[in-house]
Design a protein around this ligand. Structure first.
Ligand code: RM4
Ligand code: MN
Ligand code: MN
Length: 431
């Protein structure tokens, strides 16, 4: 790192003050779980192996279409972002990969970028294309769409951008492209609903054809925004049908915030798994419709139920089942580093809770139509406080027992505030 960084020694000294209490809590939880036939050590190892990707833009402060209130010491460029992502991983050991967005993360030397990231212990996960904004110097505007635009020249430009993303991704060691388009309509009649989808499929076929042999493409659906009457890839059904038409390398990506309120997302997950089309997740939480709340902050039970489906699938040994995980949330009022630390921990929590569901007992309750008994099996797992396991997993991996407390004590943000004087037009965060 160029300036201040949190040292291993500092993390150890922070941990020293909390280790005795953690050992006690861990031992007590081990005994509780042992009575239920669960091996705490195995669980800790599973948690240690769980990782979620951070989108590089996530470390900048976000905003709404009304305003953005920049935070102090925001990353000014890609390498600052990398530094913040590395700090998150250093403390929580749960975010070993980055999911870059282009052209936001454009740089002149991708081999160098990969090296710098590797120096921080970070690798690259799925690359994300962006045809939802116009970039300076761009020939055609995406105001009225990209991959589904009525004008062939605009579609060609959007296709070429996705091909560029694949080429960059290959240099970074990625093996998947995520495509989310903002295409849609604000008025009934504005767009031919059928032809717009046809044009999208034609464009996607060209992108699909350019995928390297070991790559996948993830199709991300979104109910609304920025189009408010209809979106071209509005829901999982459309996404599924498109993925089916494209072929085996095309899979669906579920962004938790992209559904109508109260939609049963865990059932969507189960359906996509059943048909071999679940590609991955963008994790966040939502109260009304969008994805601007932190993962697990409002609906932790729903997050648990999603992981419950994932573990259920794994238990059934579904072949080649390897969903990609990314945090996709905008941090408007918090320090993004703290939000991302907490969100990664919430995912690990939901994962660990799903792992301790007594599956045989659940299945027995289900086949005897014991509705409440089945529900209680899930609740037993969900109400178990697995925090000591998560903390022990972090400690064993070299991270902090209490990452946010350690982060605050390190005064990292204060150091970055003096090291990173604000620059005009910073690309950090989204609005
Ligand atoms: C969209 C979608 C994409 C994300 C952009 C920034 O709503 O979730 O995945 O890259 O926002
Ligand atoms: Mn998303
Ligand atoms: Mn989104």
């Amino acid at each position: 790192m160029t300036g201040f960084s949190i040292s291993e020694d500092f993390i150890q000294s922070e941990n020293a003050t909390r280790k005795t209490a953690l050992d006690e809590d861990y031992a007590a939880l081990s005994r509780t779980l042992a009575r239920r036939g669960i091996d705490c050590e195995a669980l800790t190892h599973s948690v240690m192996a769980f990782g979620v990707a951070i989108p590089t833009w996530g470390v900048g402060t976000g905003g709404t279409r009304f305003a953005r209130f920049p935070g102090p010491g925001e990353p000014r460029h890609l390498f600052d972002k990398l530094e913040d992502c590395a700090t998150i991983h250093l403390l929580a050991r749960a975010t070993p990969t980055l999911s870059p967005h282009f052209p936001w993360d454009t740089t002149s030397d991708y081999a160098a970028l990969r090296e710098v990231a590797a120096g921080h212990g970070l690798a690259f996960d799925a690359v994300n294309s962006n045809t939802f904004q116009d970039q300076p110097g761009q020939t055609h505007s995406y105001k009225f769409g990209s991959l589904s635009h009525v004008d062939r020249a605009v579609r060609a430009q959007a296709i070429a951008h996705n091909l560029d993303c694949i080429a960059i991704g290959q240099k970074l060691g990625s093996r998947a492209l995520t495509v989310w388009i903002a295409d849609g309509a604000n008025f009934a009649g504005q767009s031919n609903l059928t032809l717009a989808l046809d044009r999208y499929l034609d464009s996607m076929r060209e992108i699909y054809a350019a995928l390297p042999a070991d790559w996948r493409v993830f199709l991300e659906h979104k109910l609304y925004e920025p189009a408010f009457y209809s979106t071209v890839i509005s829901d999982w059904g459309t996404s599924f049908a498109a993925a089916q038409e494209l072929g085996p390398k095309a899979q669906c990506l579920v962004d938790l915030g992209h559904h109508a309120p109260n939609v049963n997302i865990e059932q969507i997950v189960a359906r996509l798994i059943r048909f071999g089309k679940l590609g991955g997740f963008h994790f966040n939480d939502s109260k009304y419709g969008d994805d601007d709340l932190d993962a697990g902050s409002v609906e932790p039970f729903r997050l648990f139920l999603v992981f419950n489906e994932l573990i259920d699938a794994r238990m059934r040994e579904i072949n080649e089942f390897a969903p990609a995980y990314m945090l996709d949330q905008s941090h408007n009022v918090t320090d993004p580093i703290e939000s991302l630390l907490q969100s990664a921990i919430e995912l690990q929590r939901a994962y660990a809770q799903a792992l301790i569901v007594d599956r045989p007992a659940l299945a027995a309750a289900q086949v005897t139509n014991d509705a409440l008994g089945a529900h209680l099996e899930l609740k037993r797992a969900f109400t178990t406080d697995v925090s000591p396991i998560l903390a022990m997993a972090r400690l064993r991996a070299g991270g902090a027992i209490a990452p946010i407390e350690a982060y605050r004590a390190s005064e990292y943000r204060k150091h970055k505030t003096s090291e990173r004087p604000p620059v005009a037009g910073t690309s950090a965060g989204i609005v």
